[in-house]
Design a protein around this ligand. Structure first.
Ligand code: HEM
Length: 449
């Protein structure tokens, strides 16, 4: 019927039909077929920057809920605003700058171990680096956000790794209402056990903070969330307070989001440096010129222009977030498309990042120089770099991630020469985040400093 209404409807209806046939989905996976849409970047911008709640997030599946809880990424509307209001102060640039010392200290202890391995090998040493970087970023988020350590949070990280695998598998499964949530199937029993493990460990960390003799909680993320419960007036309390369950859910979010994404950014950056040795050399030269061979600080890091350009290019080519999902809250038009209420929209970050029409003919190539005059000059659409998303729901941890990545890359380059092991197999896999399926084996050689 719609086909005969108007040209506009006709176009939408053909796409709905196509999406339903190809994906066998009752909803339209709109932006999944970019070749059907002109100006995909503009459509993505309109969806992501909408401030009226027309494009909320989808209802989360149980395995995603188990991973994040109802933390910041999954809450909506007023709930989301309250959570974001409480946690935002932990991510101001001034706060982040004070964290670089802790980031550098965590990196230092990993690199000392690398140094020992390289020395024992008396030359170069093969090492799988992605798991090392994952432990490092876990250690960093534990220290900076929770006043804890990787060892204390290990139970959480390990259980979350398994929950992540379950969530990635569930996204491909048929969703039978009720079954995935309530039936004691083998998978659900396993998920419930992991959830309990995460919760108990987090309660232990929080209890430690409650028992501490210090009258004011520490000035980190956990401290801020707990301090919010002590707000003075009733009005303030209503506006700012997070319940204990909400704090636990935010802890789940930050334990996961704080390490998983940044570790893959670091891994892909190391791969790109190994495969582009001239950039490896240029970056090392820049790091030694701006930071010397000592411990880096935030002011030094802000001068690392080439390192920043390489990280941006890694985020474009191998951004840890591959796709974002939204829903249409009501019947809407988007560009010249008519979108029925409850339509699911998938925003394909990875495809937008390699679109030759906006990034140029060399979109598939590693070319950090494209950012030499800033991101807006590198690309035809100002919002085509979506690695951290844009709009009100953009990543709250993006400056944290960039600071951490710069610290770690600078400290590695001060001390080591890296090259790719012949055992590396290039197989990027989307497991909620984009990661090298078989890890990243590299050859490590210590420099004389
Ligand atoms: C390279 C590193 C990172 C990448 C690529 C990344 C990417 C993203 C993206 C694309 C979103 C938007 C998701 C959506 O709207 O569907 C997001 C949201 C979020 N990220 Fe990150 N992220 C990174 C690091 C971090 C870190 C280090 C933290 C915490 C310390 C963090 C915490 C969050 C939170 C809490 C949200 C939800 C924000 C909201 O809805 O208000 N992320 N991130």
């Amino acid at each position: 019927m719609l086909l005969y209404h108007s040209g506009r409807y006709q176009r939408s209806a053909v796409k709905v039909f196509f999406a339903q046939t190809v994906f066998q989905s009752p909803e339209l996976l709109l932006l999944c077929m970019p070749w059907l849409f002109e100006d995909l970047e503009e459509l993505a911008k309109q969806v992501l920057s909408n401030k009226f709640g027309f494009f909320p997030k989808d209802t989360p599946i149980p395995s995603l809920l188990a991973l994040f809880g109802m933390g910041l990424p999954l809450t909506q509307g007023a709930e989301w605003a309250r959570h974001r209001h409480v946690v935002s102060p932990a991510f101001t640039m001034d706060k982040l700058k004070t964290m670089t010392k802790k980031m550098a200290a965590c990196a230092q202890s990993m690199l000392e171990w690398w140094q020992d391995l390289a020395t024992q090998a008396e030359g170069q040493r093969e090492m799988e680096v992605s798991s090392q970087l994952q432990e490092l970023t876990s250690d960093v988020i534990s220290h900076t956000a929770f006043g804890s350590s990787y060892v204390e949070g290990k139970e959480v990280f390990q259980a979350q790794k398994e929950l992540q695998t379950l969530a990635a598998e569930s996204l491909l499964n048929v969703n039978i209402p009720g079954y995935n949530r309530y039936i004691p199937s083998r998978r659900n029993l396993h998920r419930w056990k992991l959830e309990r493990r995460v919760r108990n460990t987090l309660m232990h960390i929080i209890q430690g903070r409650l028992d501490s003799k210090d009258s004011s909680y520490a000035n980190d993320l956990l401290g801020l969330m707990m301090e919010s419960r002590r707000s003075n007036t009733d009005q303030e309390r209503k506006r700012q307070i997070l319940s204990m369950n909400e704090i636990i859910d935010e802890c789940k979010t930050f334990f996961f989001a704080g390490q998983e994404t940044t570790s893959h950014l670091l891994t892909w950056t190391v791969l790109l440096l190994c495969t582009n040795q001239e950039w490896h050399e240029r970056l090392r030269e820049e790091v030694l010129r701006k930071c010397g061979t000592g411990i880096t600080n935030a002011d030094m890091l802000s001068k690392l222009k080439l390192v920043t350009m390489v990280l941006l290019e890694a985020l474009r080519l191998y951004g840890p977030a591959v796709m974002m999902q939204r829903m249409a809250a009501k019947d809407l038009t988007l560009g010249n498309l008519v979108i029925p209420k409850d339509t699911r929209l998938a925003i394909p970050i990875a495809i937008i990042h390699r679109n030759k029409e906006v990034w140029g003919a060399n979109a598939d190539e590693f070319n950090p120089l494209r950012y030499k005059n800033g991101i807006s000059k590198a690309v035809k659409h100002p919002n085509a770099l979506l690695a951290f998303s844009i709009g009100p729901r953009a990543c709250i941890g993006q400056n944290f991630a960039m600071l951490e990545a710069k610290t770690v890359i600078a400290m590695i380059l001060q001390r080591f020469l890296l090259s790719l092991s012949p055992n590396y197999i290039h197989a990027p896999a989307d497991m909620l985040t984009l990661q090298p399926q078989y890890g990243l084996p590299i050859l490590l050689r210590a420099l004389k400093v």
